[in-house]
Design a protein around this ligand. Structure first.
Ligand SMILES: Nc1ncnc2c1ncn2[C@@H]1O[C@H](COP(=O)(O)OP(=O)(O)OP(=O)(O)O)[C@@H](O)[C@H]1O
Length: 600
């Protein structure tokens, strides 16, 4: 028994659904989104923080031990040597535990961050598979790639930085402030003065850094798009000797990126150098202040060193936060960028729509109109026709008449602006398009092949294709000779886009891909490329075999295809100008008659 099973419908798993919900609920607040992304991992992250605190504790204890040892050295009590040794051993113990606790801390947060990174990319990929074809036509693939790779990486960097740097900064500040409050309130108040200075600096630079980051990110996306286009165009560019023009176009784009990047670098440098100077001055002030207190006997010499160490730690931490600001800003910008895709509503919504088990292939256009959203006038106006199950209809007409648009409407890639398309009497808008499309096959004008074997390209996404069916398909698609001539037959690897095959061979593989699906409705956009007579004949035979026993809509460019069709529709002036059999239209001596004579 031949198995025509299809892959499962695309659906989000629980964690991806939660992720999408997070983006929806907190739309517009990227920080909230970032924190909510990690919701399922709070327990692990808490443990990671605990291990961080333990592993980091030597840094907090060291100034106290240092002050002790200095005081012992200056005050010279009894058993001074013994006391110094105890202090040193105590410190050593605190240091050694760092190896184990640091490992645990990193393992816990890194695993979390990597899992979230994977979930984000996976959700993005699934969303791309759901977004409408119109969305994909508008959005260049380079931009999407940049979002999936670069932006998710920025979010990962931001999350890691929060876990390594921000956590360390916050804990260091809390501990330093805590010890100082405990030791001297006067010195604490002095320390406190650093906060308004830090806030002032951050506020004054924040919006500019955010803006420059956004500009830079957009320029990078644009570059991705341009570079991808350039790579795809290389054969055309070479053929027309336009290498210089193409290179200079990209150079111009790269220079824009460099300019935006430089602007960002400079604002960041300006910001961090001002912060550095401000806080270093504070440090000198602190030394002078505690030195003065020690000279009056209010605190010991050891305490001067201790306060200085804590203060320099606070200053370093605050300037650490400040230098992190650009990374934070970049990461939050990337959260927005990823949200653009995840929250996009232009999806094919198949929820609660009728699933189709069987189809006879009856198609009716009922007063259909269609207009592209950016076009000034409709391509199709009030189009009505009926195609019977099993019938082959050839669509002919001038370039831009709307033939491909009709096919795209039948596939469900685009929706009618007015009127209805009925499939077996059911409105296409009420059908689950995934289930509907499992009964149709499309042979596009440009055969799209991917890197893999010929077999993979034919079976694409179909499970359990028996050798018997495969042989039938290969024969019907006129591929027998080609397969026999290849040392590895069907298992021959073809390069990306099938560049190692001829145009005619690619078309026949594309036809075989349609065959294997045994569709009820076949959509065929005949290639316009001229082929030699033998290739032409082989393709015609393959198409002839393929259209048997199914409803076929074919954009026809060849006379033989037109002759083979049951009926012909002449498309033009926003509608179907003539519709009938070959003989009827010839007898009419109208548009078709004129077109045919032109072709001859
Ligand atoms: N995505 C789009 N956005 C805006 N206009 C479009 C879009 N796709 C097609 N059009 C326009 O709609 C009209 C019909 O296009 P369509 O591709 O259906 O014509 P066609 O008859 O298949 O032409 P050809 O034989 O040259 O492929 C053309 O004027 C075209 O420029």
């Amino acid at each position: 028994m031949i198995d025509f099973t299809r892959p499962e419908d695309i659906d989000l798993d629980a964690s991806e659904k939660a992720l999408l919900e997070t983006f929806k609920r907190n739309e517009g607040n990227s920080l909230k989104i970032l924190l909510s992304i990690y919701k399922g991992y709070y327990g692990k992250l808490f443990l990671s923080i605990v291990f961080f605190a333990i592993k980091h504790s030597p840094v907090w204890v060291l100034p106290i031990v240092t002050a002790n040892i200095i005081n012992i050295a200056t005050e010279r009590p009894d058993n001074a040597g013994m006391k110094i040794l105890v202090n040193a051993l105590f410190m050593s113990f605190f240091m050694i535990q760092n190896i184990f606790t640091n490992y645990l801390h990193t393992w816990l947060y890194a695993k979390t961050v990597r899992s979230v990174e994977q979930e984000l990319r996976s959700s993005l990929v699934r969303k791309l598979q759901q977004l409408s074809i119109s969305y994909h036509n508008e959005m260049q693939s380079g931009r999407l790639q940049s979002k999936i790779m670069r932006d998710v990486e920025q979010i990962e960097t931001l999350s890691s930085q929060i876990f390594i740097s921000v956590l360390s900064i916050l804990l260091n500040i809390i501990v330093a402030f805590g010890v100082v409050i405990f030791k001297s309130l006067t010195v604490f108040l002095f320390f406190l003065a650093t906060i308004p200075v830090a806030v002032l600096l951050m506020v004054s630079f924040k919006s500019r850094i955010k803006q420059y980051n956004s500009d830079f990110r957009k320029e990078m996306e644009e570059t991705s798009v341009r570079v991808m286009e350039m790579v795809e165009l290389i054969p055309v560019t070479r053929a027309h000797a336009l290498e210089k023009q193409e290179t200079s176009k990209i150079d111009h784009q790269l220079s824009n990126v460099a300019q935006k990047g430089l602007k960002l670098d400079m604002i960041q440098t300006y910001f961090s150098s001002i912060s550095w100077v401000a806080f270093q001055l504070f440090q000198v002030l602190c030394l002078a202040f505690t030195g003065y207190l020690a000279s009056r006997g209010s605190i010991s010499v050891g305490e001067v060193v201790m306060y200085q160490t804590y203060f320099s730690s606070i200053v370093n931490q605050v300037s650490g936060i400040i230098t992190l600001l650009p990374i934070i800003s970049k990461g939050l910008e990337s959260v927005n960028s990823v949200g653009d895709i995840l929250l996009c509503h232009d999806v094919e919504d198949n929820r609660n729509k009728q699933k189709i088990q069987e189809l006879t292939g009856d198609i009716t256009f009922d007063h259909v109109a269609f207009q592209y959203y950016d076009a000034e006038s409709p391509v199709l106006k009030d189009v009505s026709f009926h195609i019977r199950p099993g019938e082959t209809v050839a669509f002919v007409g001038g370039s831009g008449a709307g033939k491909t648009t009709i096919l795209n409407l039948v596939i469900g890639f685009i929706k009618t602006t007015e009127g209805r398309i009925l499939i077996d009497g059911m409105d296409l808008n009420t059908l689950n398009l995934q289930s509907y499309r499992s009964h149709i096959a499309v042979v596009p004008q440009q055969s799209i092949l991917f890197s893999g074997t010929i077999r993979d390209n034919i079976t694409y996404g179909m499970n359990h294709i028996s050798d018997e069916l495969m042989n039938q398909v290969v024969k019907a698609a006129n591929l027998e000779e080609l397969i026999a001539s290849l040392p590895e037959g069907l298992d021959t690897q073809i390069t990306e886009h099938g560049n190692s095959l001829s145009g005619g061979q690619r078309q026949r593989i594309s036809i075989a891909r349609a065959f294997v699906r045994n569709p009820r409705i076949l959509i065929l956009d005949e290639a316009t490329s001229a082929l030699d007579t033998i290739s032409e004949k082989k393709i015609q035979e393959a198409i002839h075999n393929l259209v048997q026993n199914r409803t076929t809509l074919i954009v026809a460019h060849r006379l033989s295809t037109i002759r083979d069709a049951d009926r012909i529709a002449v498309v033009g002036n926003g509608g179907i100008k003539e519709f009938g059999t070959y003989e009827e239209l010839m007898a009419l001596k109208g548009e078709f008659y004129r077109l045919k004579n032109l072709q001859i």
